[in-house]
Design a protein around this ligand. Structure first.
Ligand code: FAQ
Length: 333
């Protein structure tokens, strides 16, 4: 059942001429912008692609709480602590919506969690980097939530109904997160020279990993072509990355921070910023499990799952008792 175990062989896009009649009818619905709902017939590869992507997305929201959680006890004021806690709680909520969206595709939440803990299901590379100073919290809001929104706004229009609908609320909340991050950084950039240096240090460390969030270049993106045909992906990895750079450069200028890329410059002909080469070796090392915090993140999730086992077992035992009581009452009546 785990999509990650299955090679859907989607490097090549499914060819209309060789499609089965069912797959062709399905593609026609997609082409006509009809939303696909859980009870609808769908090609198995479409279902598996969605399970893979939504699982990864859900895990990213859940694992994404960990770098931020590191700073709850050290937030510099009660106001900042309350904001940070609210944001982390929102991320938990996003993870839960998305686990539910996976359930509509026939994979239970336990199976999804076990896939993460077994290392079979990925989560976003970005959450394998450490949060070393308080400005990292603002930078995560500004850049990581900013990149997440850029990627997720088009997902509100994706072909699978439950995923598209979940994204609407998630995007609204991420947008608040992005603004709180920018606000935090504005306070630091207008503060002491030491505070501004902390903000610059955070930008230096988070810039390139944020660009990697959009995934590998289009030319080496395994799933993009087929996902685009099924309207799961409406914009390509590189298109979204470019939009993010174009949006973020003026924001960095406003903060008075320098993006750590000597090749970054406006290209009037293209109407976009050119940017330097991304270190894809680093990206592939991180998604293969060898980033700075991969082991620590998975260990934390494993411990949480093990520590919560008694709660899950108690809830199941309680539900069984209630059901047995109801049955007995019905039989007695
Ligand atoms: N990290 O062929 P493609 C957030 C994998 S939410 C890890 O291009 P695809 C909220 C990819 O899975 C952030 N792995 O794949 C928050 C595939 O491996 P597989 C998460 C990555 O699926 C904020 C392989 O590389 N958002 O931040 C990454 O068509 C702050 C080949 O790649 C989503 O998940 C990566 N960055 O496109 C929380 C959005 N990129 O599965 C807390 C939904 C690629 O074959 C604090 N997802 N890979 O083993 C998507 O839009 C897509 O899945 C992409 C990747 C664009 C991420």
């Amino acid at each position: 059942m785990y999509a990650q175990l299955v090679d859907t062989g989607q490097k090549a896009v499914q060819d209309d001429a060789t499609m089965s009649a069912e797959d062709r009818a399905f593609q026609q619905r997609i082409d006509a912008d009809v939303k696909i709902e859980p009870q609808d017939a769908m090609p198995e590869a479409y279902r598996r692609t969605l399970v893979r992507q939504i699982q990864q997305h859900a895990h990213s929201e859940i694992v994404g709480m960990l770098p931020e959680g590191n700073w709850v006890t050290r937030a510099p004021s009660l106001k900042r602590k309350a904001i940070l806690m609210a944001k982390i709680q929102d991320e938990a909520g996003h993870g839960l919506y998305l686990y539910s969206a996976v359930e509509t595709l026939g994979v239970t939440r336990d199976e999804t969690t076990e896939a993460l803990l077994a290392g079979k299901s990925k989560y976003s590379s970005i959450f394998n980097y450490p949060t070393l100073n308080w400005a990292d919290i603002g930078t995560i809001g500004w850049l990581v939530d900013g990149a997440a929104i850029m990627n997720q706004i088009p997902l509100c229009r994706c072909s699978y109904g439950p995923y598209a609908r979940a994204m609407v609320r998630i995007c609204k909340e991420e947008s608040f997160h992005q603004r709180q991050g920018f606000d935090l950084l504005m306070a630091m950039c207008r503060g002491t020279p030491e505070q501004k240096a902390m903000a610059q240090d955070a930008l230096d460390r988070w810039w390139w990993p944020s660009l990697m969030m959009f995934g590998p270049p289009d030319a080496s993106s395994v799933h993009s072509a087929q996902s685009a045909k099924w309207k799961i992906k409406l914009l390509s990895n590189d298109e979204l990355r470019q939009r993010f750079v174009d949006q973020t450069v003026p924001q960095a200028e406003y903060l008075g921070l320098v993006i750590p890329d000597p090749d970054l410059c406006w290209n009037a002909e293209r109407g976009h910023y050119d940017y330097g080469a991304i270190d894809w070796d680093e990206f592939f090392a991180v998604i293969a499990g060898n980033g700075p915090c991969n082991r620590e993140r998975l260990e934390t999730r494993r411990k949480a799952w093990d520590d919560g086992a008694w709660v899950r077992e108690a809830a199941v035992a309680h539900a069984a008792k209630v059901a047995a009581r109801d049955r007995a009452a019905k039989e007695a009546a």
